[in-house]
Ligand binder design. Sequence first.
Ligand SMILES: Nc1ncnc2c1ncn2[C@@H]1O[C@H](COP(=O)(O)OP(=O)(O)O)[C@@H](O)[C@H]1O
Ligand SMILES: [Mg+2]
Length: 291
Amino acid sequence: MIRNVTSHAEASDRIRVVSPLSREAEPAKIRINNLTKEFHTKDKIFCAIDDVSLEIAPGTFFLIVGPSGCGKTTLLRILAGLDQPTCGSIEINQTDRNRPCNSMVFQGESIFPWMTVWDNAAYGLKMRNVSKVEIKEVVGHYLDRTGLSKFAHAYPHQLSGGMKQRVSIARAFANDPEVLLMDEPFSALDEQNRLLLQQELLRIWEETKKTVLFITHSVDEAVTLGDKIMVMTAHPGRTKALIDVSFERPRSVLELRARPEYGELVYRIWGYLRDEVQHAKADAESGVMKS
Ligand SMILES: Nc1ncnc2c1ncn2[C@@H]1O[C@H](COP(=O)(O)OP(=O)(O)O)[C@@H](O)[C@H]1O
Ligand SMILES: [Mg+2]
């Protein structure tokens, strides 16, 4: 079992990819144990995440919703191995050593501007020395699924914001990671494009049923996409509520909105979130969030 780490010297032990041979059959794909993250700045210690524990079963589309500044991106960066927790640990249960542990889709533009759509989507596979035949098949498939086949030779500056995010999504799925980490990937898009991309993402996800950890500040988006939703508190980020979303799949993003249960769930989640949004606003106004 993984150790509970509390000293700074042991930081690198806190993120662990669990190989198939190293533990008994384990249902959780992602396990977060008492995770705390502090940022040490010149004159203070700022606690961004406070003692978050979570288990995410394989194949779950897991949503995290919380006010701005509550530590959502920090949590995802730790899961992606881009940052270290201060205390606690995370585990990602890796079932296939040949696959990357995670792929990330960010809010902003995360594709390479000097590469074509095709080369961007193929990037992860090329890095892993996958055969040309397989790259052609896999990238061709995901460009098709994201409606980008006609733009395979275009460069990012020739694409709209929605199409750039489609390239990121195609690249992430083509990479075939153990878990997919998505940080507000649609938040910069207008509402019409957001709905389209949500529907496309659901359709692609249905084919693979990958474990997804998707961050959003939109309650609508959380209810539309998620199997489970974690609501986070305002600074410091803690777990406020865990909610199951039981709408059947496949889902129609538009039809869902016509259902009374949809409105009821959105309303219920806003009940948890309302105070946290107020706290985040008060923190921002009083300067607490400036670090
Ligand atoms: N490298 C850093 N140094 C200091 N403070 C940071 C750093 N990264 C994030 N923070 C602070 O941690 C808090 C959580 O940030 P973040 O995870 O980006 O929030 P969210 O994604 O929920 O909006 C914010 O107050 C932010 O200013
Ligand atoms: Mg963020």
